[in-house]
Ligand binder design. Structure first.
Ligand code: G1P
Length: 280
């Protein structure tokens, strides 16, 4: 199928200031939840969804990411045929099951700008975006798998949303729209988006449905992003670009099944560690 989604973009250029000093020399995407870096959880979710091409937008000081998704001959040599070899199983599987390509975002001009920087790795095809600090888990299909299934039906951009307390709307992109019925989903799970605002004050928020870090985007988003003026925080916002698509009815918001941890905050990070620790 021509429009099959194969690529997943990971914006990973941010500074991770909320995790200083840990993130002084280590990219925030490499912080581990138990023994696995956040970014590897995201990559595994993409592989599970059937994607095999990982496109990572990095920045200065992020070389550890490239080293992580590569063979370490020294380590392989040390550990091969020892009782410790199983520690490498998961990362070996990741490396053999997909390819990685990288580009750098030279200036930090926002998430929309980071996604636009990834155009060179994506080209003219629909693609997924995972923000690794939103860590998701589900006993059934992974969140991205659920979203890809919807893309195959609706062929438009899809954003994952969840209900949040109204007081928190200023931390997220917030959407509003009309419910679409879907035979296999709970009513209210799908919304045809007609409004979206980046980090509104609670009094200005169109709803309490917040975008979390999973997107399926159609490639026309790149031209829109090129023409998107800086918005909230003087940054180029993906939310503003998506609003342009939404005006033509081309964005669906999906209340996904599963858990999501905001690992961009210390509280969410600790919650994720506790969750995965008790789960194992
Ligand atoms: C970004 C997006 C925001 C979205 C959030 C999800 O914000 O701009 O719309 O709700 O990710 O985590 P950030 O968390 O990078 O400030």
């Amino acid at each position: 199928m021509k429009n099959k989604i194969k690529k997943c973009l990971f914006p990973a250029a941010g500074y991770g200031t909320r995790f200083l000093p840990a993130t002084k020399a280590i990219p925030k995407e490499m912080l581990p939840v138990l023994t696995k870096p956040l970014l590897q959880y995201g990559v595994e979710e993409a592989i599970e969804a059937g994607l095999n091409t990982m496109a990572i937008v990095t920045g200065r000081g992020k070389r550890a990411i490239e080293d992580h998704f590569d063979i370490s001959y020294e380590l392989e040599h040390q550990i091969k045929d020892t009782s410790k070899e199983h520690y490498l199983t998961e990362i070996r599987d990741v490396i053999t099951n997909c390819t990685f390509s990288y580009t750098r975002q030279i200036e930090m001009k926002g998430l929309g700008h980071a996604i636009l920087s990834g155009e060179t790795l994506i080209g003219e095809e629909p693609f997924a975006v995972i923000l690794a600090d939103d860590l998701c888990d589900n006993d059934g299909d992974a969140v991205l798998t659920q979203m890809i299934r919807l893309y195959e039906k609706y062929s438009c951009s899809i954003v994952a949303v969840e209900e949040i307390p109204m007081k928190d709307t200023n931390k997220y992109g917030v959407i509003a729209g009309d419910t679409i019925s879907h035979p296999e989903l709970d009513s209210g799970s799908l919304v045809r988006v007609n409004d979206m605002v980046e980090k509104p004050d609670p009094k200005d928020a169109p709803s309490n449905l917040a975008i979390i870090g999973r997107y399926i985007l159609t490639p026309d988003i790149f031209d829109i992003l090129r023409n998107t003026k800086p918005g909230k925080g003087a940054e180029i916002q993906i939310t503003d670009a998506l609003l342009e698509q939404a005006k033509n009815g081309n964005v669906i918001a999906y209340k996904f099944e599963g858990k999501r941890f905001d690992c961009g905050s210390v509280d969410g990070f600790v919650e994720a560690i506790n969750y995965f620790y008790t789960k194992e």
